[in-house]
Design a protein around this ligand. Structure first.
Ligand SMILES: Nc1ncnc2c1ncn2[C@@H]1O[C@H](COP(=O)(O)OP(=O)(O)O)[C@@H](O)[C@H]1O
Ligand SMILES: [Mg+2]
Length: 254
């Protein structure tokens, strides 16, 4: 078997047993080359189970976004592997086929700023994610209202993002991330633009979503005041990942 078809076969195979929701194995990322080379991430390994909510801490420039965008299949690593739901998805720069479809179906992303489309209403911003995924208008309209209610912003469905507070915009962005029932939710400093009380509410929301939908959640945050909300803490320093708090419920059995 040549290398390509071996890789393809491997990408199709789920591992046995209860699969981890997310597994990264020794992710490394090198930006640039020669004397502009930056090693942004080095051998970063993490395991996240279904329903687990993970805080990723670390100073600015330590590689947190590089890690999160690798897990989110947006920015592939230079080397190392990413498996989602027991399926090998990335092996260094190589990926399974239909990566974009896989990402849309399995991963929800929330950014620092809500990134809502400014000329669509809050409801339309959520619905479009489902329609892109082939959902009928009827089903996506119903689920949009359900999600906005779940997140406490149903009364804002008809408003444009500019009419919403920062906290409300982030709630709509979370609703949009949940639209396609992802098994993995990734958030990069989602509360950076919020005051501490609203920031905490958004963090509590991520924990609730993880526990209620059994999604695996990783949140990059600087806010040490909300850390009690998380099951597990990791810290990134100079591209190296370290487990700093584990929850007995999710601790590795090995
Ligand atoms: N596209 C890029 N090209 C070159 N260097 C980059 C790029 N993106 C990030 N970096 C560098 O990689 C390191 C880690 O960045 P990043 O992952 O954004 O850290 P964090 O999210 O923790 O602030 C930094 O030194 C940053 O300057
Ligand atoms: Mg960052």
């Amino acid at each position: 078997m040549n290398q390509t078809s071996q890789l393809e076969t491997e990408f199709q195979q789920p591992t046995s047993g209860t699969p981890l929701a997310i597994e990264t194995e020794r992710l490394t990322k090198v930006y640039g080359s020669g004397n502009t080379e930056v090693v942004a991430m080095q051998a970063a390994s993490m395991q996240v189970r279904r329903g687990e909510v993970v805080a990723l801490l670390g100073p600015s420039g330590s590689g947190k976004s590089t890690f999160l965008t690798a897990v989110g299949l947006i920015n592939p690593p230079t080397s190392g592997r990413v498996s989602i739901g027991g399926q090998l998805v990335l092996d260094g720069p190589a990926s399974r086929t239909n990566l974009r479809t896989f990402r849309r179906q399995h991963i929800g992303f929330v950014f620092q700023k809500s990134n809502l489309i400014p000329f669509l209403t809050a409801g339309e911003n959520v619905r479009i994610a489902m329609e892109l995924n082939g959902e009928s208008v009827r089903e996506s309209t119903a689920r949009t209202m359900e999600l906005l209610e779940y997140l406490g912003v149903a009364d804002r469905a008809e408003n444009l993002p500019s009419m919403l507070s920062g906290g409300q915009q982030q709630r709509v962005a979370v609703a949009r991330a949940l639209a396609n029932r992802p098994s993995v939710i990734l958030a990069d400093e989602p509360t950076a633009a919020l005051d501490s009380q609203r920031g905490r509410q958004v963090m509590e929301l991520f924990a609730r979503v993880a526990h209620e939908t059994q999604a695996a959640v990783i949140v990059v945050t600087h806010d040490h005041r909300s850390l009690d909300v998380f099951d597990t803490h990791y810290e990134m320093e100079d591209g190296r990942l370290r487990l700093t708090k584990s929850s007995p419920q999710f601790a590795n059995v090995s």
